[in-house]
Design a binder for this molecule. Sequence first.
Ligand SMILES: Nc1ncnc2c1ncn2[C@@H]1O[C@H](COP(=O)(O)OP(=O)(O)O)[C@@H](O)[C@H]1O
Ligand SMILES: [Mg+2]
Length: 390
Amino acid sequence: MSGARLVAMIEPVPHVAGSPRPRVLLIFGGRSSEHEISCATAAGVLRAIDRDAWDILPVGITKDGEWTRVPDDPSLFDLRDGHGQSVHASDTRVALTPGGARLVEFPVDDEDGAVVGTTDLGRIDVVLPLLHGPYGEDGTIQGLFEMTDVRYVGCGVTSSAISMDKHLTKTVLHAAGIDVGRWELITPREWDEDRQSCIDRVAALGYPVFVKPCRAGSSIGISRVESPEQLGTAVKEARNHDPRVIVESLLTGREIECGVLGGRAGTGPRTAPLGEIVVPEGGFYDYDSKYIDTEAVGLVCPADVDGADTRLIQETAVRAFEALEGEGLARVDFFYDPDGHRVTVNEVNTMPGFTQFSMFPQMWAQAGVAYTDLVDELLGTAASRDLGLR
Ligand SMILES: Nc1ncnc2c1ncn2[C@@H]1O[C@H](COP(=O)(O)OP(=O)(O)O)[C@@H](O)[C@H]1O
Ligand SMILES: [Mg+2]
């Protein structure tokens, strides 16, 4: 679809002066490799969100980072047979303006990209950034919201940035006394200038190991490595996604996930019933099993974990959320060894998969919070939180 036709289909922004409904800027797409997943999430939320309570303005970010208004039509952004949709560029863009949380729209000159006049689209009460991965879940866009004095759903700058980075997450959680397994960071300089010491550090972890980009998601760029000969290929693959690479020792046990919702004024975070990812023996929860051959793994919710261990996992999830100074929401992912009652945090996602069928909404549905109510709660919490340092 051409940009010009896309714009023509978008209804004018309704005049909302005096509207009792708070204005929500729903942002999705984005520059990361999880662009299509973000679009699928947006489709789910656009369908579910309570239109009587919230006035929605959908904005897509193209893979090149351009912000553009998009039609309020979920069917354009659904996953179809495992294939994702994406946000297309148009000949107008939008931007948040500093100080006052206003959105402006401006046509862009085809020749030189010059801005040729702007339209004020009005005040934004709260942003719902449904973005995964770098430039969305990593504190960068959160910094923009802080700079423009707009309230937003989810974690702030620091907790987003740390949680996106698997090395920094482990560093912070380890310092908080939470088991995160053993790992080594390989920076580009170390790999290029002193490869042997990298190889030795990895060998000390003991094979097999998992090699991952520090800041990615959806299992992109991750390899399970059985022997030193495979290490170079795995590091190269991870470096296609992030120059910083993390190598982890093998974690065994069941993959258990715990949803956390940040508390509203004065209340602490709360957790949902646990979920479990059931992966076939020897395999792992890779990109294909997440989005393409979804039959290959099972999502089980609630997970069959005994009461004391459930509480241990939930308490550890809250400790992790607080150690990372989380706000709004997070999904804390564990490896759980039922025999040793050992609970190890694998990673923390500050914008977990959020389609109606994703684990996080499923867990809250088990807690009695339906998808629409979950979106409502996230928006309500964000709309009432303080601006600035919190
Ligand atoms: N250290 C590990 N030991 C065993 N399996 C792992 C390990 N790290 C990751 N995995 C497997 O790979 C999957 C993806 O890894 P994860 O760290 O969750 O990355 P992502 O951020 O892409 O989801 C996990 O769900 C799990 O199945
Ligand atoms: Mg994961």
